[in-house]
Design a binder for this molecule. Structure first.
Ligand code: F6R
Length: 289
C-alpha cells in the first residue's frame, strides 16, 4: 500500500483522475471499476475535463460499478446508474452498453450477483478499481463483518451508511436498506486499487484502514493485502495518520510519481504535457458480442 497526501481535496481528486487517465491512455481497453458518492464527484469532473480539453478517450474501455441499491430502477433519481450517467457517462464518449452496474431490481438477486461476477471474469477482470471509504470503513457496501473473501452479494446497510447517504434521498427513511455490492474478495482480485478519501470526517477511519490491524469490522483494512493499492488523501483526511512524514517522503522521491509531481506544478497554467490525439474511432471490444 502507498499513501499520497495532497494539500487539499481538489488536488487529491485531480491526482486520482490523472492516475486513471494515465492507465486509460496506456490501455484504451481498460476495464475500470467505479465508485459513487460525494468524494468521487470531483474525480469525474476532472475526467470530463480531460476528455473535453485533453482528448481523453473512453470509447474502448469498459466499466463495472461497485454497487447499486436493491429496489431502485436504473432511472430512479437516487440510483447509482443515475449518478454515473449524470457525473460521467453522459459527458464522455463511452457507449452505455460498455458500462455495467448490478441490477437492484432483478427478480432473482442471487442470480444477478453471480451473473455480475461472471461478467467481470468474462472481461478478464478489473484492471483499475476506484474506491471511496465510508465512515464505518466500508469499501463498496461491504459493511462491518463482511467476509474478507466475500463475493458480489446483497448486503444490509448499517444505520451509519443510511445516514451518510440520506442527503441523496432527502431523508434517511427513503434510503434503501439493502444493496448489491462487489465483495471484498472481488475487489482484492483487481489488478490495481486507488482509494480516495477527503475531509476531516474521514481522518479516523483512514488511519484505521491504512495503519490499523486487518479486520472484517473495517473492510477497507483488507486493502493492506492488495499488492498494488494507492491511497490518496487530502491534509484533513491524513490528519490522524502516524506515518505521514514517511508517506510524503516517498511521494517526493519515488521516480514513479515524478510525472505527477511535475503535472501538479503545471496545473494552474493549463493542461499537462501528456495530451494525446484521440485514437482511431474504430471500436475493438475485448469481448465478442
Ligand atoms: C459507493 C461506494 C461507497 C462510497 C463511500 C464514501 O459506490 O463505493 O463505498 O465510496 O460510502 O462515500 P462518500 O464519498 O459520499 O463519503
Amino acid at each position: 500500500m502507498e499513501v499520497i497526501i495532497q494539500p487539499e481535496e481538489s488536488a487529491a481528486a485531480w491526482l486520482v483522475a490523472r492516475i486513471i487517465a494515465k492507465e486509460l491512455r496506456t490501455n484504451p481497453h481498460l476495464v475500470m471499476g467505479l465508485a459513487t458518492g460525494r468524494t468521487m464527484e470531483a474525480v469525474y469532473e476532472e475526467l470530463v475535463r480531460l476528455h473535453q480539453e485533453e482528448a481523453l478517450d473512453f470509447s474502448l474501455c469498459h466499466t463495472f460499478n461497485l454497487d447499486e441499491y436493491v429496489g431502485l430502477r436504473p432511472g430512479a433519481a437516487g440510483s447509482y446508474r443515475a449518478y454515473m450517467n449524470r457525473h460521467l457517462f453522459s459527458r464522455v464518449n463511452i457507449d452505455r452498453r460498455d458500462t455495467h452496474l448490478p441490477d437492484g431490481t432483478a427478480s432473482d438477486l442471487d442470480a444477478e450477483c453471480r451473473g455480475y461476477e461472471a461478467l467481470i471474469r468474462k472481461f478478464g477482470g478489473i484492471d483499475l478499481q476506484l474506491l471511496g471509504i465510508g465512515q464505518a470503513g466500508h469499501i463498496g457496501f461491504n459493511e462491518p463483518l463482511s467476509a474478507l473473501r466475500s463475493r458480489t452479494r446483497v448486503k444490509q446497510l448499517t444505520p451509519t451508511t443510511i445516514l451518510q447517504n440520506a442527503p441523496l434521498f432527502g431523508r434517511p427513511g427513503k434510503v434503501p436498506r439493502r444493496a448489491i455490492t462487489m465483495g471484498v474478495g472481488t475487489i482484492l482480485e483487481c489488478r490495481r486499487c486507488v482509494l480516495l478519501a477527503t475531509g476531516r470526517e474521514k481522518a479516523e477511519i483512514v488511519a484505521k484502514a491504512v495503519e490499523g490491524p486487518i479486520t472484517s469490522m473495517i473492510s477497507a483494512t483488507a486493502l493492506q493485502l492488495h499488492p498494488w493499492c494507492t491511497v490518496v488523501v487530502d491534509e484533513e483526511a491524513a490528519s490522524e495518520l502516524k506515518g505521514g512524514a514517511y508517506y510524503r517522503w516517498v511521494f517526493a522521491n519515488e521516480p514513479e510519481w515524478a510525472e505527477f509531481r511535475l503535472l501538479k506544478q503545471r496545473r494552474p497554467s493549463g493542461p499537462g504535457p501528456t495530451a494525446r490525439t484521440p485514437r482511431s474511432p474504430r471500436r475493438r471490444s475485448r469481448l465478442k458480442a
